[in-house]
Design a protein. Structure first.
Length: 150
């Protein structure tokens, strides 16, 4: 999945479950796994694959716990849910998430940076953009009542 679909699925999940109506925890949770792992793999070249330690439930729990201490429990819960939605989206889209890393060894190989422009990817990203636009308009209505940070 590309970022648009990750953000849209996280926003939609958090909206449907009532976790949070603000956009920031969902957007952050949707982007953090890739921001960490892709930077470590493609920029720093410190890990062998673009889905590594940040693409695990353990990372979601640790980062959500840290966010809870800084930003509050409600924000961190919405962030953690969005983070896990990202992992499920990656699993659904092309089937590989190292769920049990570092407790289980995975055969991970380096993945070159590439953007997949297949018809299903473009359709998924277009649906994601429409969802973000729809939910962003509704978030503007509640932004005055719900601060982004506690």
């Amino acid at each position: 999945m590309l970022p648009t679909a990750h953000i849209a699925s996280a926003l939609l999940f958090n909206r449907v479950t009532g976790l949070d109506r603000g956009m920031s925890p969902a957007v952050m949770g949707a982007l953090v796994p890739d921001a960490i792992d892709k930077t470590l793999a493609w920029v720093i070249q410190a890990v062998p694959a673009a889905r590594h330690i940040a693409h695990t439930p353990l990372a979601a729990v640790l980062l959500s716990t840290g966010a809870s201490a800084v930003l509050g429990r409600r924000w961190a819960t919405a962030f953690g849910a969005a983070y896990l939605v990202h992992l499920v989206g990656d699993l659904w889209h092309d089937g590989h998430v190292p769920w049990l890393m570092p407790f289980k060894n995975y055969d991970v190989r380096g993945e070159p940076w590439r953007v997949e422009l297949s018809a299903d990817t473009l359709l998924l990203e277009a649906a994601g953009a429409a969802t973000i636009a729809l939910l962003a308009g509704r978030a503007d209505d509640t932004a005055k009542a719900t601060p982004l940070l506690p």
